[in-house]
Design a protein around this ligand. Structure first.
Ligand SMILES: *Cc1c(COP(=O)(O)O)cnc(C)c1O
Length: 450
């Protein structure tokens, strides 16, 4: 097969896969998973023909996928991929750019610069901010915290690049009791010990209580969140950020999915967030771009560029080059799909998508509480946190849904007890999908109550 025919065949199979998405089981069945054992082969001595490799991938692999690219997946705030972003991704794959700097790819350099500017405009963040397109909110939080630490230490007269951490002035890290696990991972990897973290107490909705915020100073890093993973709640930015910054602290916001509220009619939920020093946001969640798509956004562009600098004698790049704003040296042009999504949606389309998911989450919450479920959060955003009559019933119903293949969502714990968490974040999810999920949940509850 020629390269052309092979890629056409891959596209034919990809399109057939997508056409099957509406009727696909959302989580694969046991036979499809068992069939994956066929991949368990020794490394071949002689390679197989490319079309044979592709056929095996599709025939065995496709049936064992999770249909998170469909409309009935409600786990982990995972969105499907917008067609405009998927199409851009196909072209970017053909370009095969090493998108580290202008010298490696003028087109990627330009598009990621524009995408960064648009992201700041869509989210209402300071226009001069640096935007690094990293692999994940985890990686982007890590880069923002690295920039924050370097800058805070410089303020203490400490040369972090030269002298490292040994003997450096101690920094205080203050974060929410409900901070995301990946924020703690980023801190841990950077050498902030878990026993050293200072937790800010939260109210019953999971928001930091300003009255009980631990003291902050010029050696402090305060980490807030936009969109708590269970409740979808926001820390009170307007109350917390100005005084934290006045004390000299660096304020970082984890807005992996919740930052997109800024692009919606519910922007008031995140009022004051623009006053922070840095922000993390995902494309692959609520913007519905393909995976490995996130943003590290830093008000002080030079702080991020200095912390992530990787200039070498043979590879000097500008402070705005992506290689100097992310962990990667060689990297794919992941900001292009973000550019394409924003170019395709526009401000208006983005607002309508986010608004629709917020409305659908409320629709779901109303249907479930009318059917006897306990909705545990206020549903300010796209997260619905639910419990049945007992812990055992909650778990049993979730497992029954997961096993049915008709929808999927995951478990969580809220205030010490099991619950399940429904996220509405796919452009494909229709009101009918929401109704079908509600009906399924109500039917299972009636059956398990009987
Ligand atoms: C998903 C999530 C993260 C981690 O994002 P990744 O892109 O998966 O690394 C961090 N914080 C919050 C609130 C999230 O929902």
């Amino acid at each position: 097969m020629t390269e052309h025919d092979l890629l056409a065949e891959a596209d034919r199979r990809a399109l057939a896969y997508l056409d099957g998405t509406p009727t696909r089981r959302v989580f694969p069945d046991a036979p499809a998973i068992a069939a994956l054992a066929a991949f368990d082969q020794p490394l071949p001595e002689q390679g197989h023909a490319a079309e044979q490799v592709l056929r095996q991938l599709d025939d065995i692999g496709s049936p064992a996928t999770v249909a998170s690219n469909g409309g009935r997946y409600f786990g982990f705030v995972i969105g499907a991929t917008l067609p405009a972003a998927a199409a851009a991704e196909r072209l970017v794959l053909a370009w095969d750019q090493c998108a580290s700097s202008f010298n490696n790819s003028p087109v990627a350099d330009q598009l990621e610069r524009v995408a960064g500017r648009w992201v700041c405009q869509a989210l209402g963040l300071p226009a001069q901010s640096a935007v690094g397109f990293g692999t994940s909110a985890t990686a982007c939080t890590l880069t923002c915290i690295a920039a924050a630490r370097r800058k805070l230490l410089a303020g203490q007269g400490w040369d972090f690049d030269g002298d490292g951490l040994a003997g450096a002035p101690a920094l205080r890290v203050v974060l929410s009791e409900t901070a995301h696990v990946t924020v703690k991972k980023a801190l841990r990897v950077l050498g902030f010990g878990m026993n050293q973290l200072i937790y800010a107490p939260v109210d019953e909705r999971g928001r930091i209580d300003p009255a009980r915020l631990p003291p902050l100073d010029a050696r402090s890093l305060l980490i807030l969140q936009a969109g708590e993973v269970n409740s979808g709640e926001f820390d009170p930015f307007a109350e917390l950020i100005p005084s934290a910054r006045a004390a000299g602290a660096w304020v970082h916001v984890d807005g992996a999915f919740g930052l997109w509220a800024r692009a919606s009619s519910s922007a008031h939920l995140a009022a004051g967030i623009e006053q922070a020093d840095s922000w993390t946001c995902d494309g692959h969640k609520w913007l519905n771009t393909p995976y490995d798509s996130a943003m590290a956004i830093c008000r002080d562009a030079s702080a991020l560029a200095a912390a992530m600098n990787s200039d070498a004698a043979y590879a000097m790049a500008s402070a705005q080059a992506q290689t100097n704003l992310t962990l990667e040296f060689s990297r794919r042009a992941r900001g292009v799909a973000i550019w394409a999504a924003l170019a395709n949606l526009g401000r208006d389309g983005l607002r309508r998508m986010i608004d629709r998911h917020i409305r659908q989450a409320r629709l779901l919450a109303d249907a479930l509480s009318a059917g006897g479920y306990q909705v545990l959060n206020q549903v300010p955003l796209n997260q619905v946190l639910v419990r049945a009559d007992s812990d055992a019933q909650t778990d049993a119903i979730r497992e029954a849904v997961q096993g049915s293949g008709e929808a999927w969502f995951g478990p969580t714990r809220w205030q010490g007890r099991p619950a399940f968490r429904l996220s509405v974040s796919s452009w494909r999810t229709t009101d009918e999908d929401i109704q079908a999920l509600a009906e399924l949940l109500l039917r299972l509850k009636r059956q398990s109550g009987a």
